[in-house]
Design a protein around this ligand. Structure first.
Ligand code: ADP
Length: 640
């Protein structure tokens, strides 16, 4: 005896369905991910219940999902042989929303009268609405199911058009499990294609550990001059990889398999430089499989570039480029994070707020840093192979400049990041010196780690600012990455020693300058005072101050900025990039021992000489005089 019943949806379901059917969808295809994921869950549940009662398998222990379509009827059917639904379960589970998270989400969405239909649509698209997402593409859904262990006569058919109510009926169903048939809307006929469906399954469900099968297609030659066509056969083939690599034990995975997986997710053709695969247990449980590529992508410098980490929840793909999982300065890392705790329907918005996500992000950041520390350790390890020794240098050449951003972005790990940095210096041309190396080489009495930033390493190396350091035999770190000045600004000290830009503030060599030198400098400054006053007057529109310096040996003058100010180079760079830079006037420092400077006093060309001195200091810095023509004119006037 069949018992047909028409029932109303719970209010929230009706609301949700209304939203689903009346909003625009940017990402319709996710319905398949949701239904396949439900099918996979149903199989997991059967497997779990069968642990106590193996009879539930009904002599059919192989679990699988089948996806099939009927072009003529316009239907798409997703079938599983999982736990199935009893009549009451169909009424309860497909007529109400059980999960409080989804309920809250729906009422929040419906409350938000202010948001437009398309905004709501986008939100739902990202959120995922489980079973009901079928109504994105279908105007009628029929579910036929039988719960494992119940007799064939205990089958149920559930049918709904996705508005106020649904119908349930008893049926006889020999097969255990559930078949969900979507009667596709006219504008959803694209899903009646093997190619399209395979593509979606590959994208979202490749790593579902269960086989997903579709009917094999074959090319049939046309007869009697008719064109040939693809025809579906009765044979089923598995269309997903059916294995989530990261869920397997490390010892069972070869380096080649890791490399293949990396290539598949990153679209890189080279193997990764390094990887880390771990199952993290504790208050937040997740698996991380993270890769460092060998080469930087062309758009590495775009800070808006999405992170390369995919988020899975219990082996179900949730989203690409989950930026909440990695800090921006590690945007070159690729991989997979598979969480056991997050809800399947988590959105980007919710990710930002989740405490679990914060824990995952912290854990993954630390993991990447320790991966890098391991690579760096090999650099100086005698026992390491040449290949391993070279790895960190290779990494640094590609990604070092990005890593530096971490000094400003990741306060908690600043010390660890600082240890990973490498620099060129006045005595070492390659960027291979760590701050610890530098410290170990500091001269007795040297109180700071000195560095200079410039547009190129050559410009840095030849800067007049370095003259006194060279004379005293003090090593100075050379920096020419765009981020250097900004990044180093966030590192006031390393391991108890302060970092100091040689182009900022007055130079203080501390105890490296002996008393006689200090005295001589003071006397020179005193004697030079009247000339300084005249220079200040002549250059008052261009220089903040003019003072005597101890930093120059061979050059007549140089420009410095006040302590804490922005370097001329950085402000030039910002202007070039069309950004606003503060208009700071530099300080002109002159070398009273230089012939040109000595000549100033009493010269009839004082005004021109003052400007030439200033412009030359700009040139020596790698800049251009404000008025190049005027500069040339002045120099020529003196030459003739
Ligand atoms: P959930 O996020 O709980 O999966 P859904 O709306 O997708 O939410 O599904 C609601 C419920 O319907 C599920 O929790 C499950 O009990 C049941 N269900 C959905 N699909 C199937 C299926 N293929 N087999 C068995 N039960 C299913």
């Amino acid at each position: 005896m069949t018992q047909k019943q028409t029932l109303s949806f719970q209010a929230e379901v009706a609301q949700l369905l209304h939203l689903v059917t009346h909003s625009l969808y940017s990402n319709k295809e996710i319905f398949l991910r949701e239904l396949v994921s439900n099918a996979s869950d149903a199989c997991d549940k059967l497997r779990f219940e069968a642990l106590d009662d193996s009879a539930l398998y009904e002599d059919q222990p192989e679990l699988a999902v089948r996806v099939a379509f009927d072009k003529q009827a316009g239907t798409l059917t997703i079938t599983d042989n999982g736990i199935g639904l009893s009549r009451q379960e169909a009424i309860d589970n497909l007529g109400t929303i059980a999960k409080s998270g989804t309920r809250d989400f729906v009422s929040r969405l419906s409350d938000a009268q202010k948001s437009s239909a398309s905004e709501q649509g986008q939100l739902i698209g990202q959120f995922g609405v489980g079973f009901y997402s079928g109504f994105i593409v279908a105007d009628r859904i029929s579910v036929e199911s039988r719960r494992a262990g119940l007799p064939p006569e205990a089958g149920v058919r559930w049918v709904s058009g996705g508005s106020g109510d649904f119908e349930v009926d008893d049926i006889t169903r020999a097969e255990r499990g559930t078949a969900i048939t979507l009667h596709l809307r006219e504008d959803a006929s694209e899903y009646l294609s093997t190619w399209r469906l395979k593509d979606i399954i590959g994208k979202y469900s490749d790593h579902i550990a269960l086989p997903i099968r579709m009917r094999k297609e074959e090319w049939k030659e046309g007869e009697n001059e008719q064109p040939g066509e693809m025809v579906t056969t009765d044979e089923w083939e598995t269309v997903n990889q059916a294995s989530a690599l990261w869920t397997r034990a490390k010892k069972d995975i070869t380096p080649e398999q890791y490399a293949d997986f990396y290539k598949a997710i990153s679209h890189d053709h080279e193997a990764p430089l390094s990887w880390a695969h771990n199952k993290v247990e504790g208050s937040t449980e997740y698996t991380q499989l993270l890769f460092i590529p060998q080469r930087a992508p062309f758009d590495l410098w775009n800070r808006d570039k999405k992170a390369g980490v995919k988020l899975y929840v219990k082996r179900v793909f949730i989203m690409d480029d989950a930026e909440a999982l990695m800090p921006v300065y590690l945007r070159f890392v690729k991989g997979v994070i598979d969480s056991a705790d997050l809800p399947l329907n988590v959105s980007r918005e919710l990710l930002q707020e989740s405490r679990d996500v914060r824990a995952i992000r912290e854990g993954s950041t630390k993991r990447v840093l320790s991966m890098l520390e391991d690579l760096a350790k090999h650099e100086k390890d005698e026992a390491a192979s040449e290949e391993d020794k070279a790895k960190y240098g290779k990494f640094y050449a590609e990604f070092g400049a990005v890593l530096k951003e971490g000094l400003g972005e990741d306060f908690a790990n600043r010390e660890r990041i600082a240890k990973l940095l490498r620099f060129a210096s006045t005595t070492s041309d390659t960027a291979s010196l760590s701050l610890a190396d530098y410290k170990a080489r500091m001269k007795e009495g040297q109180e700071a780690i000195y560095y200079i930033t410039a547009e190129t390493l050559a410009a840095a190396k030849n800067s007049p600012q370095l003259e006194v350091f060279r004379k005293k035999g003090i090593e100075v770190l050379l920096m020419a990455d765009r981020v250097d000045e900004w990044a180093l600004g966030h590192l006031p000290e390393f391991d108890g020693t302060s970092l100091q830009s040689v182009a900022k503030g007055a130079v203080d060599l501390g105890t490296l300058q002996d008393d006689a030198e200090k005295k001589a400098a003071e006397e020179a400054a005193e004697a030079f005072k009247p000339v300084l006053a005249k220079l200040k007057e002549a250059l008052k529109d261009r220089a903040e101050d003019v003072r005597v310096t101890a930093r120059l040996v061979d050059s007549p003058a140089c420009l410095v900025v006040q302590d804490g100010g922005m370097s001329l180079q950085l402000s030039r760079m910002l202007k070039q990039a069309g950004q606003k830079a503060p208009e700071t006037k530099p300080v002109l420092e002159v070398n009273p021992d230089h012939a040109l400077v000595k000549k100033l006093d009493g010269s009839v060309h004082f005004h021109d000489l003052a400007h030439i001195l200033f412009d030359q200091a700009v040139l020596a810095e790698g800049g251009l005089p404000e008025d190049p023509a005027a500069y040339v004119k002045r120099v020529n006037a003196l030459l003739v």
